[in-house]
Design a protein around this ligand. Structure first.
Ligand SMILES: [Zn+2]
Length: 262
């Protein structure tokens, strides 16, 4: 039986895919990755990503938003720009957006301002959020709780935290996005403990290609969406469920959160 996958977080416009993107996508489709959601990290990026979705209709979808690293590029027009581009059917989520105090490539003030704009857009459009958080858990949860009185519609993408953080996100209504981080025995201990308590109706997977290559493949440097089954297999093992059971939930959850038809 073939298992279908939806890779909810890929960076297909990364430089490293420039030469052979079509082949990368062919390999992904051959590996039963039936849908990919490309992550945008700036308005420029979102426009290029929109073009890509038009080239692969109903196979590639996209987010639109400004990564916290790029928050200094946010201007007065940000809200209108986002709402404009999100009107396209292939744009299925707002992000990636959030807070990153690990590298602070934009100032905290810039990050907070831009994040709040994304949250307003989420409230107005009803679209799900594709959320990034690093070393900013408290401010991040405050911002979300300030804007949403009921549950937040979105995913904590590339979740690498511990059980307590995961439970906070689950209580807020978020889905949890698991990457190849879970395959890295040097730093996956807390995450493995957490996923044992992750409900099947809140889990999603993403390769975050070309980043976060599963450690078992460390001889090749670039990650590709075709590697998603390695994450799914490891995750099924750690969650203590059959791969086919997990895979069914992953597809159902992805379709539900991002409102993908068929
Ligand atoms: Zn991220």
């Amino acid at each position: 039986m073939d298992i279908d996958y939806i890779d909810i977080g890929v960076n297909l416009l990364d430089e490293s895919f420039k030469k052979d993107l079509d082949e990368v996508l062919d390999r992904a489709f051959s590996a039963n990755v039936c849908v990919l959601i490309n992550t945008s990290s700036s308005i420029e990026d979102a426009k290029r990503s929109l073009d890509l979705t038009k080239k692969y209709p109903s196979k590639i979808f996209s987010t639109a938003g400004i990564h916290p690293h790029n928050a200094s590029s946010g201007d007065d027009q940000l809200k209108e720009s986002l709402i404009g581009i999100l009107q396209n059917d292939s744009m299925v989520a707002i992000g990636e957006c959030g807070l990153d105090y690990f590298r602070n490539l934009s100032t905290k003030e810039e990050q907070l301002l831009v994040f709040k704009t994304h949250l307003e857009v989420a409230k107005e459009t009803g679209l799900p959020l594709f959320l990034h958080q690093r070393d900013a858990h408290d401010d991040f949860t405050h911002c979300l709780n300030d804007v949403f009185d009921s549950s937040v519609h979105g995913v904590a993408h590339c979740f690498t935290g511990n059980t307590d953080q995961m439970k906070t996100y689950l209580d807020m209504g978020l889905y949890i996005g698991i990457t190849g981080w879970i395959c890295d025995e040097r730093r996956n201990h807390e995450l493995i403990k957490a996923v044992k308590e992750l409900p099947l109706d809140r889990v999603l997977i993403e390769t975050d290609s070309p980043y976060l290559i599963p450690r078992s493949l460390k001889r090749s440097r670039r990650n590709e969406p075709m590697n998603i089954s390695i994450i799914a297999e490891k995750l099924a093992k750690e969650m203590g469920v059959e791969l086919s059971t997990l895979a069914n939930h992953l597809v159902t959850n992805s379709k539900k959160l991002f409102n993908l038809s068929n």
